[in-house]
Design a protein around this ligand. Sequence first.
Ligand code: CMP
Length: 141
Amino acid sequence: MSIEKTLSIIKPDAVSKNIIGKIITRFEDNGLYLVAGKLLHLSDDDAGGFYQEHKGKPFYEDLIKFMTSGPVFIQVLEGEDAITKNRELMGDTDPTRAIKGTIRADFANSIDANAVHGSDSQTSAIREIEYFFKAEEVLNK
Ligand code: CMP
């Protein structure tokens, strides 16, 4: 076990439902600390650069359209095994397959409007945090 940082995005569906706080509470209640955060309305270029690994996949165009449809809350979470813990708390990408009690099972509508994104590995966490935050914007506890 080690202390890690991970990138989390509260997506436009969840922001428009006014449940940013409810989602952050899930993280806080499970030992993850918010060490950076910003509310942004992503441009096509912002979203395209972030999701570059999905370029060419059948869902890519819909993904960019959705992620630019309204503001998102982007945050860095820190804690023991933060990357895995965040993914467990989010649940399956497809909310119909997510276990009850996970964020996506409880708050998401569809695989596109699935409430949250979380880094899937140490390498993507570093890239994704640097994509949205300058070093001085991230608290070093
Ligand atoms: P996210 O974790 O943000 O990473 C890419 C997003 O693409 C994913 O969540 C889903 O919202 C969306 N998506 C839509 N269809 C699929 C699919 N078939 N497989 C994976 N991701 C998908």
